[in-house]
Design a protein around this ligand. Structure first.
Ligand code: SAM
Length: 305
């Protein structure tokens, strides 16, 4: 079932949470010179036109990047994310929104490796086309012309299946982003099973999973299932922008579950999340939750706002 197209959702509040956290995870890896792999199991198209027919249909960016666009009072990690989006819109008008592969390309260094998987035929072609344009642009600017082909590999295929073949990465350093559509409820189980296998092959990697909070049981139980995985420790951050509609329509809440997070992530989120609640919150239901722990933990911390 491949009906999902991320272009309809580009730049919404879920993308804001996912993308600003991803940037922070990569910036932590950037602190050491040693190369790392960024593996995106569900890449999407890489770049989205916000004035295109898909993105403008429901204008979901109005719940996310839209309200942040003109702000001048952002905490540093949110500003870093918004500045990256602004940089791809040099006219100052919010026209393009970056997907996770574009963000990773901007934040990763010359020596790092991007391994991008996308199953949808149209989106995998768009992803390849978008990276070809980036490569042409880079070549014109004299940036990375020789290494780019090795640096970024795009594969049309099943990211769940492919992940194991890349682990452990040569440098023993990696960030894996797992961001499936979850329209098929099997995705919840596939994420957990894929992570369990990945952690056996590469126990010290950092794994980031985006997930929606929906009415369905698989969604409500998902974070608790991930907490059982055999990692060193985990962190779970959830952003809720509004009280759920009685009909259950619309995405009001989503989370990022990180296995083996850097120690810097939790204090950063404690500072940044209240700002997102303030700017993206729609009603008194807006809040964030942040919890961290260890599998089979004796110690669990929870902060609720
Ligand atoms: N990570 C992207 C971002 O942040 O910009 C968005 C990804 S979108 C939520 C999920 C993508 O996964 C869709 O483009 C969909 O076509 C793709 N997809 C679905 N099943 C897949 C699979 N088994 N392997 C790889 N891609 C898949």
């Amino acid at each position: 079932m491949l009906s999902y197209r991320h272009a309809f959702h580009a730049g919404n509040h879920a993308d804001v949470l996912k993308h600003f956290v991803t940037i922070q995870l990569m910036q932590y890896l950037n602190q050491k010179d040693t190369a790392y792999s960024y593996i995106d199991t569900h890449s999407g198209a890489g770049v989205y036109a916000l004035d295109g027919t898909f993105a403008s249909k429901n204008a979901e960016y109005d719940t996310g990047i839209g309200p942040l666009w003109e702000r001048t009072d952002m905490p540093a990690p949110i500003k870093e994310y918004v500045d990256l989006v602004r940089a791809m819109n040099p006219s100052g008008k919010m026209r393009y929104y970056p997907g996770s592969p574009y963000i990773a390309d901007q934040v990763a260094r010359e020596q790092d490796r991007l391994r991008l998987f996308e199953l949808h035929p149209a989106d995998s072609k768009l992803l390849a086309d978008n990276f070809r344009k980036l490569e042409e642009h880079a070549a014109q600017q004299g940036i990375r012309p020789a290494t780019r082909g090795k640096r970024v590999l795009i594969t049309r295929g099943d990211g769940f299946q492919a992940l194991k073949s890349l682990l452990p990465p040569p440098s023993r350093r990696a960030l894996v982003l797992i961001d499936p559509p979850y329209e098929d409820k099997q995705d919840y189980k596939k994420v957990k099973d894929t992570l369990a296998e990945a952690l056996v092959r590469f126990p010290t990697g950092t794994y980031a999973v985006w997930y929606p909070l929906l009415q369905r049981m698989e969604s409500r139980q998902f974070a608790d299932k991930l907490k059982q995985l055999q990692c060193n420790d985990w962190l779970n951050v959830v952003l809720t922008t509004n009280t759920p509609m009685p009909d259950g329509f619309g995405l009001h809440s989503s989370g990022m579950f990180i296995l083996n997070p850097p120690y810097t992530l939790e204090p950063m989120l404690k500072e940044a999340m209240p700002y997102l609640v303030k700017v993206l919150g729609k009603d008194s239901g807006a809040r964030f939750t942040l919890e961290s722990g260890k599998p089979m933990a004796t110690r669990n911390n929870a902060v609720r706002r």
